[in-house]
Design a protein around this ligand. Structure first.
Ligand code: WT7
Length: 649
């Protein structure tokens, strides 16, 4: 029997538009196949070829040293991420090209050319050095989405300090836990930032996080909102004061390829967050290769990834990847619906954005807010769209294709993780036909497969575990300070194989369909169902905006499906409507997937990055209360009202 049963029907496929194929980095399916063959025949040669596109102060002696599960890439090589993102462009026509176009939520704007960004990074790096920060130190970042966040990341990279960005929506406790684990020497923060039309405080949270024992000696404070903050003498420094009078130049340190670039904490399913460690040469090789191939980034592009720098997407695809290839990257500070639900499309039109990359949760929110918002904007500068973070249901994919891409732009559905450092499975937009809801095919050099518990590949359309069988340059190197947890979390299920935690199936064309986390699989009468498919079926009903499906214990069937559903404006919830939705699921995928119970709700509990927290819904449906960790929850009210609904019957 297969690991996970797949019930989803096939959907139409979309060939890359002809005019796109002609000019794209990887042009046509044959070119993609050839790259895959080249990489399979000689993986090290393939990755060396990609790494050669970076600047190296010293070339590597050995491409890969692989002592499973520990990898070292480009061993003996020396490079610097900030040098590759900045200095390298200064001797080219990119010197005065916009590197960052930034827009604050209130509407203020700033543009940094490569030369200007280089200057600011050098100056801030010199400021850090004044505080005694350098190679081997860890530095925390707790920042709003302002250019200084990118400047601080690049300045750390320039001098060999390892940064750890903590998303500005996390609490003081969450910040403390991460900074203590990383043994951070300094924290870079701001008085606050803007969100939903109001300033929110950051420095006050930093102060609270530093109560009690800490390794943090310095706090650097950027003035963004100009709200009053407490400054602790000797510990706290104004950003502007720190850089006043420093030199305009700071050399980029030649760093070992395996020098730690950043630690990014990602929540474990239980307990302590995991400090995912990424290093220098291999990480940048993959981040920049994927920018060229997946986003087809060219000098004429204005590229916008809406992710916050607090997530890995903000590291690889707002800052490091795009700057390494000399692109223009757009940064936006605030929420998508301020001052109204047209803000994103307004930004796209005003800056003539050509490539737009966002999350399925945002797309579903736009669907709910109504077609009139995108319809008010031209969106004619766009040529390529992307998604990341969750499986995108075909319904949302088709809406994105029609309402935003005007049926002209290919969509790249990119599967990857904090741990993988860069995109792993995604269409190359000028080469691979897309199918709504599928991340399509692995990138050249990425040995992804769907296997059973023994590591054997399962057949077409059988669900299984999504694994990576060969090391890749962007992979995490370990969990900070915990090699054993690294081994047991990622490498212990199947020998010498990285298991990502996701379930997937491949269809007869070899396309990957991500079925969600295997922790979310529900076993109904011996059928192991991936919740993503049932959710997708629910969302394909015109009334349903979002759905989360979980399993609760059931005497008869072992587990039973419970669906939490939010409806669009104008639709009435109620028992009859629940029946209609059940009938809809039966029609779409079959009676086995019919929910035993449907709960209507105004909002689903989500993490700040927009992932639905099914774990909490499971708790509510099973025990009616939530005792688990809710520190990553975006909106406590959504959870409380759900729990109350249960109490009320
Ligand atoms: C998990 C990783 C990678 C940057 C943002 C999230 C899910 C991610 C897709 C996709 C289906 C996806 C997976 C994965 N995921 N992209 N295109 N299709 N699922 O990073 O927080 O580390 O989450 O997000 O479940 O394991 P992350």
């Amino acid at each position: 029997m297969s690991e996970i049963e797949s019930l989803q029907k096939d959907v139409p496929s979309f060939d890359p538009p002809e005019e796109f194929v002609a000019g794209s980095a990887v042009s046509g399916r044959a070119a993609y196949d050839e790259l895959c063959q080249r990489a399979a025949a000689d993986p090290e040669g393939f990755w060396a070829w990609q790494a050669e596109r970076l600047h190296w102060f010293r070339k590597w002696d050995k491409v890969l040293k692989w002592t499973p599960p520990f990898a070292q890439w480009f061993v003996g090589g020396q490079t610097n991420v900030a040098y590759n993102c900045l200095d390298r462009h200064l001797t080219t026509s990119r010197k005065d090209k916009a590197a960052i176009i930034w827009e604050g939520e209130p509407g203020d704007q700033r543009v940094y050319t490569y030369a200007m960004l280089h200057l600011e990074v050098c100056r801030f790096a010199n400021g850090l050095k004044k505080l005694g920060i350098g190679r081997g130190d860890r530095v925390g970042l707790y920042m709003p989405m302002v250019p200084e966040a990118a400047i601080a990341m690049l300045a750390c990279a320039r001098i060999g300090a390892t940064h750890s960005v903590v998303f500005g929506g996390f609490s003081a406790d969450a910040l403390r836990e991460r900074m203590n684990d990383a043994k951070a020497k300094a924290i870079i923060t701001a008085d606050g930032g803007y969100r939903k039309g109001k300033p929110f405080p950051l420095k006050a949270q930093v102060d609270a996080s530093l109560e009690g024992s800490t390794t943090v000696e310095s706090v650097i404070v950027l003035r963004r909102t100009n709200e009053a903050v407490d400054m602790v003498a000797g510990r706290d420094h104004d950003w502007d004061d720190l850089v006043a009078g420093v030199s305009d130049y700071c050399p980029a340190e030649p760093l070992d390829s395996e020098h730690p670039l950043f630690i990014l904490y990602t929540s474990g399913s239980t307990g302590k967050p995991k400090g995912v460690l990424h290093t220098t040469g291999g990480y940048l090789t993959q981040a920049s290769m994927t920018c060229r191939w997946v986003f087809d980034l060219k000098d004429t592009d204005t590229y916008w990834c809406t992710a916050d720098v607090g997530w890995v997407t903000g590291h690889s695809y707002v800052v490091f990847g795009p700057l390494a290839v000399g692109a223009t990257t757009v940064m936006y500070e605030g929420v998508p619906n301020y001052p109204d639900a047209g803000r994103f499309w307004d930004i796209v039109d005003r800056h003539r954005v050509t490539i737009f990359y966002t999350a399925p949760t945002a797309i579903r929110a736009f669907m709910k807010w109504g077609d009139e918002w995108p319809a008010k904007h031209k969106l004619d500068s766009l040529r390529l769209l992307g998604t990341v973070g969750e499986p995108i249901n075909p319904e949302a994919w088709l809406w994105y294709h029609r309402m935003i891409g005007h049926e002209r732009c290919p969509i790249v559905d990119t599967w990857w993780q904090t741990e993988t450092g860069g995109i792993m499975i995604s269409p190359l937009p000028g080469a691979v036909a897309t199918k709504p809801g599928s991340a399509t095919l692995p990138l050249p050099g990425i040995d992804a497969a769907v296997v059973d518990r023994d590591g054997n590949e399962v057949g077409a359309d059988e669900g299984g575990l999504l694994v990576i069988r060969k090391p890749w340059p962007g992979m995490l190197r370990t969990l900070w300070g915990d090699d054993e947890r690294y081994r047991s979390t990622y490498w212990s299920d199947i020998e010498n194989t990285y298991f990502a935690g996701d379930g997937a199936r491949r269809d007869a064309d070899g396309y990957f369909w991500i079925m969600g986390r295997v922790d979310d699989v529900v076993n109904v009468s011996g059928h192991r169902l991936g919740t993503a498919e049932v959710e997708s079926a629910l969302v394909s009903h015109p009334a349903v905006v979002e759905a989360a499906v979980i399993g609760r214990p059931d005497d008869l069937t072992g587990q039973a499906l419970v669906a939490f559903v939010t409806l669009g404006p104008g639709f009435e919830s109620g028992p009859e409507f629940g029946q209609e939705l059940c009938a809809h699921v039966t029609k779409e995928i079959g009676a086995i997937a019919k929910p035993a119970e449907i709960r209507f709700t105004d909002a689903l509990p989500k993490t700040r990055s927009g992932k639905i927290m099914r774990r909490l819904l499971r708790e509510i449906a099973t025990s009616r209360t939530v005792k688990g960790d809710t520190t990553t929850l975006e909106d406590q009210a959504a959870l409380d009202s759900l729990a109350k609904q249960y109490d009320d019957g």
